[in-house]
Design a protein around this ligand. Structure first.
Ligand code: SF4
Ligand code: SF4
Length: 186
């Protein structure tokens, strides 16, 4: 899929998010790094849990990283907006929870936050509402996240949604939510 976000912009986004963490301690200690290790027992050739890369994000990888398993899927086979068609890259980690931290994909960096477009079209951040096979204590205990993490994540999404495909994705995901039930983190 053709994305307007350039490789150097993705690099800058990675660098910005490298400087922040959701909480000022290793939250993996709370849960055994559940968000990293939940995919551990799945077959390598048919992973059901993976991290999808945003369109164009794959340019930051060689696809030969020995800590990642890659699959290339057709976006139309998954729950994405209609504008998403063509190749989509999924990765699963072969050595979780260990990975080169500065290389981890964006989906890992945003979690536990996710973007939402409210009825006025304003960008918001909420806790991830994905159905997951584990419980994230930061979400279940409504832990206060660091202002730096919230701000950096917001800034990045503000930029990312200038791309039409990424905007479509956020709008599509937002359309399934009941705003009356949402608690905005930002
Ligand atoms: S983000 Fe949540 S699930 Fe992931 S390591 Fe931290 S507390 Fe655990
Ligand atoms: S890339 Fe790193 S942070 Fe992301 S799921 Fe894999 S081990 Fe966890």
């Amino acid at each position: 899929m053709k994305c307007s976000i350039k490789k150097k912009t993705y690099r800058a986004i990675y660098r910005l998010l490298d400087r922040v963490s959701p909480v000022p301690y290793d939250c993996g200690q709370l849960c055994g790094a559940a968000c990293c290790t939940c995919a551990e027992d799945q077959p390598e050739d048919d992973p059901q849990m993976g991290i999808y890369l945003l369109p164009g994000e794959e340019k930051l990888f060689t696809k030969k990283e020995d800590w990642l398993h890659w699959t290339v899927e057709d976006a139309a086979d998954y729950d994405f907006p209609d504008s998403w068609f063509g190749k989509l890259y999924f990765v699963t980690c072969l050595n979780a929870p260990k990975c080169p931290r500065e290389k981890r994909p964006l989906q890992c960096r945003f979690f536990p936050l996710t973007p939402h477009l409210d009825h006025d079209g304003r960008l918001r951040l909420i806790f991830s509402d994905l159905e997951l096979p584990y419980t994230c204590p930061l979400i279940s205990e409504n832990v206060k996240l660091t202002p730096e993490f919230i701000q950096a994540t917001y800034t990045v999404w503000k930029h990312l949604i200038r791309d039409q495909l990424i905007y479509d994705l956020v709008e599509y995901d937002s359309s399934f939510r009941n705003e009356a039930e949402l608690e905005y983190i930002r």
